[in-house]
Design a protein around this ligand. Structure first.
Ligand code: ATP
Ligand code: ATP
Ligand code: MG
Ligand code: MG
Lengths: 254, 254
């Protein structure tokens, strides 16, 4: 069974999608076959990998259990990296899930019961602690909460943690979670002060790797390529490569 | 009846909350009494105005029609600026709305039927085109869609526009909408290129005012003050002041 990572945060624009794409690409590049699942109606992950016009089947059918996950994934063009993309029917699936009591464990059951050739699964969530995120957390081994060192993002960590703990106690006692600092701006005194606060509050729950501000990440998304292909030597590429190593080490320790 | 502005976008982290706070503060400062409504479960708007521990009644009761809006607002401490804050019960209201067919027009009916002393109402929405945003759009005269000049944010404008047009044809034929460029980074070649693309695609629908990157906006949020109080001479303060004037002129032309 693959190791399932969910990237989620109630706060918008904290680099959830950017992290899923980069982490997936570097895990694949270091011989860990990875499956990405785009559960966001905005389909940013799918678009940032240049696949928005090549969506064969969408993740919606996986969320509702209509099709086995093994039938839904397609290659990204990057060796070792597959994706179940988001499609226009994700919003409808989301509405449907709100009316069906057991829908929140369908994704977990599919991931447990099916044979997938991947070592890692990474799920991109929309910025809402609601049905899609619940279903992902119920299925996960690890939740990664990316955050900027900014007041609004940090304020939302508390409610994001409460939500994760609720899902953990209700569905998934094995679930662990860690915070990843992203979009870190070394020139900003504020970012440095808030980073120290984060370390103080969340100490052990913070990844060692910090992702700094790097505009190449934005250009790679327009180019439709992960940063590992578009600009593998840029600073954020190095940092995401280190994050992949930090996560592999973390997984092997458990 | 107040002129109702909704600030919404499916994309996260595009300065929806920052815009509601700054625009509200500058409208109030230029003699246009304004009521802010925080409909986001994250309650960032409420926190950024220093009110997170002083919430008396929450917007949830307004969304469900349980209490008249006139009973729900409280002062912000800024002359001419009131707020109906977000509270922990907003998420529950949101779930309830999903099960009640007529709930999407409750907010509009309250705004139409009640006597409010304000000239403007500005509503902050969560980053999701779902029940809360629908209820706000059904009640609105103008929807403002803030966007960064970045690929993912621009990609989401299309689906945000489709959603707005759907609500317009179903509930609110008078609804108009405009795009506001925010967090503009003059040093980024990419931002300049994408701004030109935006002008090409959306021409008339773009505000003339552009909000540039300004870290004072972040500091004002930690201080719990709108930018008009915290740093009224900083460049983003000037730009938001101009936006308030542009909007007042736009409203008077109709
Ligand atoms: N380290 C970084 N440096 C510079 N820009 C970044 C960085 N990480 C992400 N970005 C940019 O910031 C924007 C927000 O990132 P992203 O879309 O990944 O966040 P998100 O949390 O997935 O947003 P949403 O909540 O809308 O899903 C994107 O335009 C992205 O290109
Ligand atoms: N012009 C700007 N310059 C610098 N930072 C900004 C600017 N506008 C907003 N920010 C910062 O960017 C972050 C995102 O802004 P904000 O929270 O207002 O976006 P949002 O669209 O409301 O996010 P969400 O989708 O989570 O509700 C905040 O930390 C804010 O302080
Ligand atoms: Mg995203
Ligand atoms: Mg907001």
């Amino acid at each position: 069974k693959p190791y399932v990572i969910v990237v989620c945060h109630q706060k918008g624009g904290v680099a959830k999608t950017t992290t899923v794409s980069a982490l997936g690409a570097f895990l694949a590049a270091s011989e860990h076959p990875t499956l990405l699942i785009d559960l966001d109606p905005s389909a940013n992950l799918t678009a940032g990998l240049g696949l928005i016009r090549q969506v064969k089947k969408s993740a919606a059918d996986g969320l509702l259990g209509k099709e086995p996950l093994a039938n839904l994934h397609q290659p990204t063009g990057i060796p070792g990296l597959d994706i179940i993309p988001s499609g226009p029917d994700i919003s409808a699936a989301y509405q449907l899930m709100a009316t069906r009591p057991q829908s929140e464990t369908v994704l977990r059951n599919s991931l447990e019961q099916q044979e997938l050739p991947h070592e890692f699964v990474i799920i991109d969530c929309p910025p809402a602690m609601a049905a899609i995120t619940t279903a992902s957390l119920a299925a996960a081994d690890l939740a990664i909460i990316p955050t900027q060192c900014e007041y609004f993002a940090i304020q939302a960590i508390g409610s994001t943690f409460n939500y994760i703990r609720q899902v953990r106690s209700e569905y998934n006692p094995q679930l662990s979670y860690k915070v990843l600092v992203t979009m870190f701006d070394l020139r900003g005194k504020l970012h440095i002060q808030l980073y120290e606060k984060l370390q103080e509050y969340y100490g052990e729950a913070l990844f060692d790797t910090i992702i700094g501000f790097d505009s190449k990440l934005r250009s790679s998304q327009i180019a439709g390529q992960p940063i590992s292909v578009f600009a593998s030597k840029t600073r954020a590429a190095e940092q995401y490569r280190n994050l992949a190593q930090e996560i592999v080490a973390y997984v092997h320790k458990r």
